[in-house]
Design a binder for this molecule. Structure first.
Ligand SMILES: [Zn+2]
Length: 406
């Protein structure tokens, strides 16, 4: 065997060193440019704010993320023209079991750039780690947390027993009628056999995680009274105003009874039925006010009513029909029941949760949005948790820590 030329050996070593350090540098560079924070920032840089949300770019970005994780199926559904919905699926080992659906909306409310410390779609990250972007909290961080959690679980070899779906829906901020509402009525949704679903929740002002397993259901309630019109000087029974005012009193007593439970510390605000009057409409209008000597034939009041998950909607309607707007007093009512919040709540009692199995999984994001004229900042740290029971991923929830600075 020939003795190696020392000079050649040195050059080879040097070349190897250079090559390996280049490889290390490239890897570090890639890691710096492709990590949970930068992936989050790239999603934030896609302007999905109303009135012209760029759903196409957001969806193609999310598909690229799903592809980079691997093992995730994707399907784009379009129930309303120009309003695509992305459905990602991480198949479970037992497809006969009801699946888990994680929901996040693609759109966000508009931003007024002049009132922002940093352009709202720049996703600027300041030296303290805060990221400024419209939609950071509400709710792009959630979609990214789902994806990052799956990325981590998959890299650790975890295979869920139940299939996990992520729905990325359009138009949530404008009612969800062209997105989630049509989705849950579709055959595609039926086929998912969803047993448990999770959507965005509220920020937590403290260090603790707040776990919500349900949401209150908002109803817009209008009650209307009809009565004999008459001169303002006459006293008689059953005028529209009299009937409506009686009802407002009854509703107020109900409101008080619910509020007392909260004041006594026996329930949280979110655990009672809330009802708040939001408008009153009556009277005969003139150019500069109202006719003051006529009792009107119609009067109406509007209420923001919120039902707890355990409230029986039929029982509530019975109460409205018999006590709040009884037909015996010539009253009628109308409810507009918000679909958007409750559509996914098929199993409302949260029975899949077993808090003793709580295991903090990962991730942390610092997101930041500026709200209002006073550029009030809300700093948030987003986490998520995974609940694993019997080696089966049964649920997932995120939480946030918030510091407010005004
Ligand atoms: Zn939201």
């Amino acid at each position: 065997m020939a003795r190696p030329n020392p000079q050649y050996a040195f050059s080879l070593t040097l070349l190897t060193l250079v090559l390996s350090s280049t490889t290390t540098l490239t890897a570090t560079h890639e890691q710096q440019n492709d990590n949970p924070i930068t992936r989050f920032q790239r999603y934030l840089q896609i302007n999905t704010a109303h009135p012209t949300p760029d759903y196409t770019s957001a969806i193609s970005y999310l598909i690229s993320q799903a592809n980079s994780i691997g093992g995730i199926l994707h399907k784009t559904l379009e129930f309303s023209p120009g309003k695509p919905l992305l459905l990602l699926t991480w198949p479970g080992s037992d497809s006969s079991l009801p699946s888990i659906l994680l929901n996040s909306h693609l759109d966000s409310v508009p931003a007024e750039p002049s009132k922002w410390l940093h352009p709202p779609f720049s996703a600027t990250r300041t030296s303290d780690g805060d990221i400024f972007a419209r939609g950071a909290q509400d709710d792009k961080c959630i979609a990214m947390q789902y994806l990052e959690a799956i990325r981590n679980l998959r890299s650790n070899g975890f295979v869920p027993v139940r299939s996990v779906h992520i729905s990325l829906v359009p138009d949530e901020e404008i009612g969800g009628f062209g997105g989630a509402a049509k989705f849950v009525d579709s055959e595609e949704f039926e086929k998912l056999n969803v047993g448990f679903a999770l959507d965005e929740g509220q920020a937590s002002p403290g260090d603790e995680f707040r776990v919500f397993y349900s949401d209150r259901i908002p109803w817009n309630l209008k009650i209307k009274a009809i009565g004999r019109p008459g001169h303002g000087s006459t006293l008689y029974d059953g005028s529209a105003m009299e009937s409506l005012m009686k009802s407002v009193e009854i509703v107020s007593r109900f409101r008080e009874s619910q509020f007392e439970v909260v004041k006594a510390g026996k329930a949280l605000n979110s655990e009672v039925v809330s009802v708040n009057p939001v408008y009153l409409k009556a009277g005969v209008a003139t150019q500069d006010g109202f006719v003051m000597n006529v009792q009107p034939s119609e009067a109406e009041a509007g209420f923001d009513l919120r039902l707890t998950p355990t409230t029986d909607p039929e029982e509530m309607k019975r109460k409205i029909a018999t006590e709040w707007a009884p037909s015996v007093r010539n009253m009628s009512y109308e409810t507009l029941e918000c679909l958007d919040v409750c559509v996914f709540s098929r199993e409302r009692n949260g029975s899949l949760f077993n808090t003793s199995d709580l295991r903090f999984y990962r991730t942390q994001y610092t997101s930041n949005t500026t709200v209002g004229k006073d550029t009030r900042e809300e700093k948030m740290l987003c986490w998520q948790r995974m609940w694993e029971g019997n080696n089966e991923l049964v649920s997932m929830k995120w939480g946030r820590e918030r510091k407010s600075e005004v």
